[in-house]
Design a binder for this molecule. Structure first.
Ligand code: CA
Length: 230
């Protein structure tokens, strides 16, 4: 899940970005409205956390502009005061939800999950069965029978991304963009290493891997019984 965080105050941006990364989100930060619109135009975000009070164009205008451009990206707006008119303006501008500052970080996470879920409701399952594995996308853990597998948050984010693109080849660039938030050039080897670690943790003791390598293209998650033989 890749998030654009739009917040001009450096300290607040730093704390929020760190907290979100700890929850395995990939996070980009925009410092003002123009930067936010630019970044949203070049990257396909899973959600935007948008502060209202920004230098230059404010969060309301950013949100209105996104919707005018046809973007359906889920937007969680951060309003500075608990004023009814600010909330109404926020929702009228096309935000999916709002949170009043100061807020509890746990509440931000819950609302963020909710706007992402609502935005993707038709396609996105809450849990997925893969062979003898059960992947709970809401509680964010994986079990085999009664055993819970020890996946790191990043390994889970990688598995989640592959699961949501089951049967499609996903390139390393796409993986880097959605699971990490650093440039792809430095990431290729890191991705390959983490795929190996994930395979060791999730693959059945015998039989083919759930994750197929397509040389020169990327990786693809496949169902163990999908091939029909061989
Ligand atoms: Ca601000």
């Amino acid at each position: 899940m890749r998030i654009l965080l739009v917040e001009d105050e450096p300290r607040a941006a730093q704390v929020l970005a760190k907290g979100l990364r700890e929850q395995s989100y990939a996070v980009d930060v925009a410092r003002d409205g123009d930067d936010a619109l630019y970044q949203a135009s070049i990257t396909d975000y899973d959600a935007i956390v948008l502060d209202v009070m920004l230098p230059g164009i404010d969060g309301f205008t950013v949100c209105r502009e996104l919707r005018a451009q046809g973007s359906h990206v889920p937007v969680l707006m951060l309003t500075a005061r608990d004023a009814v008119d600010a909330r109404i303006t926020g929702l009228d501008s096309g935000a999916d939800d709002y949170l009043v500052k100061p807020f509890d970080f746990g509440e931000l996470l819950a609302r963020l999950r909710a706007v992402i879920r609502r935005g993707q409701a038709p396609q996105r399952p809450s849990d997925v069965t893969l062979g003898d594995l059960r992947i709970d996308l809401r509680a964010r853990h994986v079990t085999r029978g009664r055993d819970r597998l020890a996946l790191t948050t990043r390994e889970f984010a990688l598995l989640e991304f592959l699961v949501l693109h089951e049967g499609e080849v996903v390139g390393r660039g796409e993986i880097a963009e959605h699971v990490w938030d650093t440039a792809f050039e430095s990431m290729s080897n890191v991705i390959d290493v983490m795929i190996q670690r994930l395979r060791r943790k999730i693959d059945p003791p015998t039989g083919p891997s759930f994750i197929v390598t397509r040389r020169g293209e990327g990786y693809m998650l496949v169902r163990p019984d999908g091939g029909g033989g061989g």
